[in-house]
Design a protein around this ligand. Sequence first.
Ligand code: GDP
Length: 364
Amino acid sequence: MKLGIVGLPNVGKSTLFNAITKAGAESANYPFCTIEPNVGVVSVPDERLNVLHEMYNSKKTVQTAIEFYDIAGLVKGASKGEGLGNQFLSHIREVASIIHVVRCFEDENVVHVDGEIGPLKDIETINLELIFSDEEIIERRITKTRKALKGNKKLQGELEILEKIKTTLEEGISVRAMDLTEDEWNFVKTLQLLSAKPIIYCANVSEDDLVENNMENKYVKEVRAFAKTENAEVVVISAKIEQEIAELEDEERDAFLEELGLKESGLDKLIKSSYHLLDLISFLTAGPEEVRAWTIKRGTKAPQAAGKIHSDIERGFIRAETIAFEDLKDHGSMAAAKEKGLVRLEGKDYVVQDGDVILFRFNV
Ligand code: GDP
């Protein structure tokens, strides 16, 4: 799962990205070990793994991971190919969703590109570049569809959606804010539009606002109000504090968070929101060798979930011995849960649920 971090210059992107790389997942656990400099990999926090780890006294715990891409280089005019514009846009095209860092801190030592802090204007600047790029795609597609039309009902329907998107973009509104039917969304997905990508607005506040004002200030309120128009999520962080947190060992880290009056780090909040945003869930596997979380899209069936572990298990799938994590936790062990009949034998049409602890049976 890839997420791209974007934002205007001097909003705190690098600071946040440094925190991400420092907090980085142990590379040994992940297949993609050669990581480019602009990629940070972090583990997805999952308390359930700790419980399973104790229950099974397992040797190893493997969390699932998220990749963050630092996509710097946006300037006004990117969609017209200015600066590193084209490269910037093509990087965004590759990510599943966007984290847009918005400056919500005042600091006279840090210059704002426009001279004053204005989250709405910042958001608009970036969103418009994506919108301009989408407009070009849509216009080309409209021309093509018109040519091919010749009474084709399906194409007629598509043309109507394309026209609707065009009008929206011309108003400076991102496609993700549109009110569309499921069928329409499925078509929109095939267009690979940048402004249709799910987004998290990451409001970067000062250390003081984080601690003293419960992470609120007038800028954050503006970001929230805007995000609402797009049904987008807002995560408030202080990039500077995140960087400090990322440098600490686990115990020190917990103490520091407590001192700040925080339940979890901003980075953890960001990771969890990203997971949610992309409609991802985790299923778990557990044994004395290792306990492990696996990422799947909500709605994935058992054999395809098994395929995440190994394609052989998907191919030879027989059944999934499944128990909900909470049931397993409540009974303290698999044996006790089995006695109560809580372990289900699920077949190939079973839709895997978040927190399912699964043992796959398969033919080799
Ligand atoms: P980028 O251009 O978006 O990558 O921004 P940087 O991460 O380089 O940050 C620009 C400047 O803002 C640096 O001097 C940072 O130390 C400062 N900065 C970033 N985040 C915060 C923050 O949360 N609080 C304060 N006071 N300064 C910050």
